[in-house]
Design a protein around this ligand. Sequence first.
Ligand code: GLY
Ligand code: MN
Ligand code: MN
Length: 515
Amino acid sequence: MRTAPPLAPCDHGRVSEEQKKADNRARVTTDEFRTFVKQGWAPRPDTRPDLSESARYAAPRRDVVSAQYPGERLIVPAGGLKVRSNDTDYVFRPHSAFAHLTGLGADREPDAVLVLEPIFDENGEPAGHESVLFFKPLADRESDEFFDDARYGEFWVGARPTLEDIEAELGLSARDIGEFADAAVKDAGRTTIRMVRDADRALTAQLDQARVENGQADDGLADQDDDLAHTLSHLRMIKDEWEIQQMRDAVDATKVGFEAVIADLPRAVEEGRGERWVEGVFGLHARHQGNGVGYDSICAAGDHANTLHWIKNTGDIEDGDLILLDAGVELDSLFTADITRTLPASGRFTDAQREIYDAVYKAQQAGLAAVRPGNKFSDVHAAAIRVIAEHLHAWGLLPDGVSVEDTLDKEHGQYHRRWMVHGTSHHLGIDVHDCALATRDEYMDAELEPGMVLTVEPGLYFKADDLLAPERFRGIGVRIEDDVVVTEEGHENLSEHLPRSADEVEAWIAEVQSR
Ligand code: GLY
Ligand code: MN
Ligand code: MN
């Protein structure tokens, strides 16, 4: 049986990590000053926010979940503040399921918990759920929190919404987080509770204990909860019209970042530590256009492009290098683009770079052509990887006697994976690798359906020390990644307006740098 501290209301948010600090820099706060600082502030505006557009689309999602779990209490925490060091927190990001079901994005709201509370009719039959958002509402100026709490107090970190603000903005009931413990455990013996476990480990441990104490079986809890997590992940697979617009906007914002990088490429080469320069320029525009980057940007020059998760970005960019930029702007809604362009720092591909680039481009064309309803998700990879395998075969890189069919054989082949190890596609949305808990049947083996948003991103990677690669290819890595939405007819490439073929990329660089 798990052990955890007793569940108790807490006066300053319940799930954030504790900050460690001493009072070695504290100044004297007299009672006189404390009284003084709480007074003399203009009344707060009494206007309420309008119902947000994102909340309008969140409500029907909650209805779907409600219908799936009649009579059960469903708990979806946002998560809490995480300590970066000592008394400094990371920027808060809500759990993706919480964002999807509330419509809250950006950095909102630490320590909040969405509860879908079951409703029963007069016969005791389940009759839907009431959505209640427990969170830490704005405290009065007269409260101790206002000045004394540097982590949550309005004086230090700005105003939060009130209960009334959240009810108006989200169209659901709001309650103080201090009431959550009682509300969440009440009837726990008679009401099945499911919760999203990974949003906050401490809260999960506390609820596990409460559920066991109230008669639920200890060993079934995680499975029961995982079923909810799976449902919420799969719920994001078909995007509604608002989500598709978010993806469109995220892609458009990302184009701004890519063009800013292109404009600054000569400077990035000149300054040294050019990968950092590129990361910074893209990051500036990601923050300016949206909430920030949707994932750590990969700014990989030369051989670094062959390290697939190169997020250190510590290298120089030399004039003859390709720079592989894999980056996406995340909007305030948390929807993110995920785009890769591989750009010659000089503005011109060398012959060897172009040879590889053209192969990847053809593979991507084949992958894109396979994005249509009726095809399986896995068909996209199959189409792209066949083109990759054909090129590797034509270049004489597969082992002697190994044909294209041999290498594509899933049981005995796969030699091509030395140079293209990753999948060609993934779902994209609030998470860069969205719908991560969907089953293989629902994901890889599922048919594509209108409203799905996925990447198509083949690549070829020849490490500098790969003695099996032709010398002219060594140290060159190329990926081309676009974001597409499946339509009734086939697909729409949302990032089509970022040039892709080698000629188009060269012309794009020249055009952007001549502005
Ligand atoms: N940037 C992560 C990916 O392309 O999947
Ligand atoms: Mn990417
Ligand atoms: Mn991707």
